[in-house]
Design a protein around this ligand. Structure first.
Ligand code: HDE
Length: 710
């Protein structure tokens, strides 16, 4: 019998052991509550004898106001919801650990980067931007990637995204942008999507958004997994070492799993069939010990090189191509523990780009400067007052003492008598800590600043298109096709034709005329023949690091494979394939015609993980169909099974078939290619199958289907 584990079994002792082991860096232990073996009580600690019935005047009589137990319970329930985040409402999070690869004190005096092997606990929340808390995970959108490092010098929050630039250059435009991308004001449609008039109205009137919108229309807008996104701090920050030497840095997270995405049709279907697709993947992977990992790095620019680029380092709509300034890798983050409680941890987590530690500082990026105001302000409403830093998930592990007092939900009980500084009554404590090479107080970098008080945008922020052209030039042929498809889909949903036209003529034509022409033709609009304003060729002309096809690892680690089984299946082939996948760190699920177990050709019972309609092919990276005459015959006659394979094929996934299953592609009219691997047995197919899977998709198949260049 195959030893496949159902997800429910993952909550067993293995997962618990792992969780306990990974909790060694847990700073929240004293706040966690375990009710095992405990009596049910009120919030006042009074034990409750009857949790089924309200206190009544007689068996059939009215309820009594004096029932403090019922009133307390209902009142608490009535107040269970807090305002959701105005952006990034939909999210999922995990705990983990950051390990420094070395002593990086030449760059920064931040202690979490000061020694090889130094461990710092982290909490990371991933999110989409537009949709509300209950919206689908796989919509086309930017993904938030917010990391809280609980360093021994205080919390450092890196509140980034999976795209290295932003829609706007100045914080004052953020409410406009968000109002435009949120659902339409009159009918609150569409949920979680940018494919509507107000979004395209705004961005077509806002050329600085051109670069970012192009990224969102690329495959980056529909990541396959949180594990497969890159992360970016976007703004230029500073790192400062113990000698006070400051350098500009851009923060990067590089996924060790590689970066790869869904195809659009999959993303749409997953929105309905599994709206929790990304959060489920995060949760289940961690429970099964398959952790999410990233390397953390920085692009470093010397202060004297600030003006040596053809864009402004303070402009958040620009990248520094990695070929120009390579990423210096500083350490590794592993997410290895799921939260115990979604609300207490994920929902109450309060991130803030202004949470920095000595050795890190801001630049004057006007978007960042505005964010430094917004994040505290938003928590005041969302978390009900200025004591949100006392909520367990937000507490630093570093000691915290000051004279801030009182306000809603204060938890600390201060023993001192003199909540002011200076004081002599409490011996002057707590006292200022002067800056020091390490362990001292925070000191802002003494940047020289002078200027007139003006509302203006620097001219150096004026080129909105050349880096969009750079991104377009850097895409592979399939990626370009997907971008054209995405603009066509989204603009096709825009009702006002003049908005479609403006996006094509005044934005796309300035990025690339071929892109503009293809989208115009798809929309039935006249194709522009010239840019609407003078454009500048990008330097470099292309950046290979931008193409997802160059971000694959060449392995099949963490990939998920559906094994289709029915009564009479060749159980040995199932076992052999699963073993080979496990050897390479990939995961298999057994998918049957129904949730019931199936019987193998040699009479064994095979417990399945799900039925075909419960775990459709869109939940997997590839499909394997073992032989077994009876099993294959059942599949040949089943619409569900045929659809499973056709859909996997349509989504460009590798399909391996052995034994009798070799007849299925012919029966389904599937054209042979490098991703359709068949053979006599598992040994014959596994090699080419794994090779195809490591390429993520069979792009040539799409090219053939659409009659486009591969
Ligand atoms: Fe945010 N952003 N943002 N943002 N942002 C919020 O803070 C804001 C921006 C980002 O998982 C809010 O706690 C302004 C850029 C992430 O909890 C709010 C501006 C980047 C998250 C806010 C920006 C981000 C937020 C809403 C323009 C990438 C989710 C709830 C100046 C570097 C964090 C909250 C989490 C959340 C304001 C632009 C990333 C309203 C004013 C650029 C990942 O404070």
């Amino acid at each position: 019998m195959t030893d496949s584990k159902k997800p429910s079994e993952l909550a067993g002792s293995d997962a618990l052991d792992r969780r306990n082991h990974n909790a060694k860096t847990d700073s929240l232990e004293t706040f966690r509550s375990d009710a095992t073996g405990q009596a049910l009580t009120t919030n006042q600690g009074v034990k409750i004898a009857d949790n089924q019935n309200t206190l009544k005047a007689g068996n059939r009589g009215p309820s009594l106001l004096e029932d403090f137990i019922m009133r307390e319970k209902i009142t608490h329930f009535d107040h269970e919801r807090i305002p959701e985040r105005i952006v990034h409402a939909r999210g999922a999070a995990a705990h983990g650990v950051f390990v420094s690869y070395g002593d990086h004190s030449d760059l920064t005096k931040a202690s979490f980067l000061s020694a090889e092997g130094k461990e710092t606990p982290v909490f990371v929340r991933f999110s989409t931007v537009q949709g509300p808390r209950g919206s689908a995970d796989t919509v086309r959108d930017v993904r938030g990637f917010a990391t809280k490092f609980y360093t021994d010098e205080g919390n450092f929050d890196l509140v980034g995204n999976d795209i290295p630039i932003f829609f706007i250059q100045d914080a004052i435009k953020f409410p406009d942008f968000v109002h435009a991308v949120k659902p339409e004001a009159h009918n609150e449609i569409p949920t979680g999507q940018s494919a509507h008039d107000t979004f395209w109205d705004f961005v077509s009137l806002t050329p600085e958004s051109a670069h970012m919108v192009l990224w969102v229309m690329s495959d980056r807008g529909i990541p396959r997994s949180y594990r497969s996104i890159e992360g970016f701090g976007i703004h230029t920050f500073r790192m400062i070492n113990a000698e006070g030497k400051s350098r500009f840095v851009k923060f990067h997270w590089k996924p060790l799993a590689g970066a790869y995405s869904l195809v659009w049709d999959e993303a749409l279907k997953l929105g309905g069939k599994d709206p929790d697709f990304n959060r489920r993947d995060l949760w289940e992977s961690i429970e099964s010990g398959d952790y999410f990992e990233w390397e953390f790095g920085v692009q470093v620019v010397e202060e004297e090189d600030e003006h040596s680029f053809d864009f402004d380092l303070l402009d958040p709509t620009k990248i520094i191509p990695e070929e120009v300034v390579p990423v210096r890798v500083l350490g590794k983050m592993t997410l290895n523990r799921n939260p115990d409680n979604f609300f207490a941890e994920t929902e109450q987590a309060a991130f803030h780009p202004g949470h920095i530690v000595p050795g890190i500082d801001f630049s004057n990026d006007p978007l960042l400067q505005g964010r430094l105001f917004s994040y505290t302000d938003t928590q005041l409403l969302r978390l009900g007052g200025p004591n949100f830093h006392e909520i367990p998930i937000n507490r630093p592990v570093a000691p915290l003492h000051n004279n801030q007092r009182d306000a809603f939900h204060r938890q600390t009980i201060h023993k001192g008598r003199a909540p002011y500084e200076p004081n002599s009554i409490d011996g002057g404590w707590p006292k200022e800590a002067p800056p020091a090479a390490s362990g001292g107080g925070f000191e802002s970098y003494p940047e020289r600043v002078e200027g007139h008080k003006i509302r203006n945008r620097s001219e150096s922020f004026g080129d909105h298109f050349s880096q969009a052209t750079l991104f377009w030039n850097s895409m592979s042929a399939p990626e370009k096709e997907h971008i054209i498809g995405a603009y066509t889909f989204e603009l096709g949903k825009v009702e006002r034709i003049f908005i479609r036209e403006r996006q094509v003529n005044e934005i796309l034509a300035n990025i690339d005329l071929e892109l503009a022409r293809r989208v115009a033709e798809n929309l039935g609009l006249p194709a522009p023949t010239a840019p609407s304003r003078p454009t500048k060729a990008p330097t470099p002309a292309a950046s290979p690091a931008l193409s997802l096809l160059n971000r694959l690892t060449g392995t099949i680690r963490s990939r998920k494979v559906a094994i289709l089984v029915a009564d009479g299946v060749d159980g040995q082939a199932v076992d052999a394939f699963k073993r080979k996948l496990a050897e390479q760190g990939a995961m298999a699920k057994l998918i049957g015609p129904s949730p019931a177990p199936v019987t193998t050709a040699d009479g064994q019972t095979l417990v399945t993980d799900a039925a075909m309609d419960g775990m459709p092919s869109i939940a997997f990276d590839a499909v394997f169909v073992p032989g077994g005459a009876q099993s294959v015959e059942a599949m040949s006659g089943s619409g569900e099974a045929k659809h499973y394979l056709l859909e996997a094929y349509k989504h460009l996934k590798p399909i391996a078939l052995v034994g009798e299953a070799r007849q299925l592609p012919v029966a389904l009219g599937l054209q042979a290619d490098a991703g359709l691997v068949d053979g006599d047995d598992v040994a014959a197919v596994f090699g080419p199958f794994a090779q195809a899977l490591a390429q993520h998709r069979i792009w040539a198949r799409e090219a053939v289907a659409k009659g486009i260049p591969a």
